[in-house]
Write a protein that binds this ligand. Sequence first.
Ligand SMILES: [Zn+2]
Length: 360
Amino acid sequence: MLIGQRIIAGLTWRVEARAAGLSPAARARVRDLCGRALGIARAHDCLPDLAARAAILCFHGVGRRPDPQVEEGVLPVRGLRAVLNTLRRSFRVIPLAELVNCLRERRPLPPRAVVITFDDGYANNAEIAAEELDRLRLPWSAFLPAGLIEHGRRQWVDDLRLLVHRGSRKRLSLPWEGRTLAFELDTPGRRRAALAWLIDHLRYLPEERREELWRQLVEPCPPDELADLRERFPGFAPMSWAQARQLRQAGVDVGSHGLSHIALAPQTPERLRHELSEARRLLQLRLGSDGPHFSYPYGRPASISPATEAALGEMGYACGLTLEQDTVRGERAALPALPRLIVPAQAGRILLTLWQRFAR
Ligand SMILES: [Zn+2]
């Protein structure tokens, strides 16, 4: 390791350790700065070739100039370039199928192997990200929520972001366990807290119950408000089937991200089967065939169960991707539930995470 890189790396460990006591937002800023410093110093070039370890990255939306408040998880295109350039220079980006084959055949993983995946099928994946990946000739996988694409529908969590941050109402209320909860939306902090509570508590409900609560939540909003907000924030729009076909023709691995983008584990067995088989039917109908990989909507333990893993197995999927934040360890990787690392909107944070995960 060059002396400059050694100094930056040492400083990074120290600064990051000190940041442990800060608020989550301040800590995220520190991690972003540390990661960017590592990227500029090209510290990832000097990572050791750790055996039996790979990272599957999970990207979501990308944008030219995302609104950091409303589109909080959307990676600016400059950040995307910084991450992809580092991956291309310092890691070995392999297709998901190659990683799955290595794990299945118990072959050693290539050193510093990274897999690139994009969840949620946003139009910007096809309009912005595809070009950047293509320019660097990096293989990637796109996971599409087939039903949302079929009907041009958006995820309710994204609609909720618009209503909470940019809607006209200063308060939302929700019937919950026998009482009415009120969510004040008059400051950015309260809006963030309301969003976090609502997303956390609604997304793991059986879908009929979630839909009912959603109706009651948005009923008092002016009728055209959501449509106007969707027009102002096209970044959350799904891609079209024509765009998905173009990706497929360009060699992108296109897989299933379920039908309606709902957590699978809390659903009835009938709904679970419907979500998987109808998604497959649409992918085959619109794209000619469907890929062998599946990515769990929400991807957390609450959306995965023995029943969902068995259903994936019955349908012949080669792997299920989760959002458990970890690298893939060759010796104990479970194909039905492979962990990934989420790429947040601040590119430096994933550069730091990658460096930390591969440094020792
Ligand atoms: Zn998703």
